[in-house]
Design a protein around this ligand. Structure first.
Ligand SMILES: [Zn+2]
Length: 99
C-alpha cells in the first residue's frame, strides 16, 4: 500500500520511514489499519442486521480515514436504521470519495 509522506508529499511503498525526508510513517500506517479494522467490524455488524453498531464502526472508520468504503457502510447502516436523511448525506460523501 502506498503512503504519501505528510511532511514532503513523497509517495512511499510500505516503508516505516519516508525515503526522502526520513519522517516516521508508522503512525499513519496504524491509523490506516485502525480504519480498516473498524470497516471490517462494521461490515460484520451490518451482516448481522445491527445497523446501530455498523453505523458506529463506519463513523469511526470515517473519522480515521475518509474513504468511499466507510461512507458506503454508513449509508447502508442508515438505510437499515431507516435514517433516510443521514443516508442521503452518506451517499453524497461516498459518491464524492469515489470520483
Ligand atoms: Zn517525506
Amino acid at each position: 500500500m502506498e503512503m504519501v509522506c505528510p511532511a514532503c508529499n513523497k509517495v512511499n511503498m510500505q516503508a516505516a520511514h519516508c525515503s526522502r525526508c526520513g519522517a516516521d510513517l508508522q503512525p499513519l500506517a496504524q491509523i490506516r489499519r485502525s480504519a480498516a479494522l473498524a470497516l471490517n467490524t462494521g461490515t460484520q455488524y451490518l451482516k448481522q442486521n445491527d445497523g446501530r453498531n455498523a453505523l458506529r464502526q463506519a463513523e469511526l472508520s470515517w473519522h480515521l480515514k475518509q474513504t468511499a468504503d466507510a461512507a458506503r457502510l454508513a449509508f447502508l447502516a442508515c438505510l437499515l436504521l431507516q435514517h433516510f436523511t443521514s443516508a442521503t448525506r452518506w451517499y453524497k460523501r461516498a459518491v464524492a470519495r469515489s470520483e
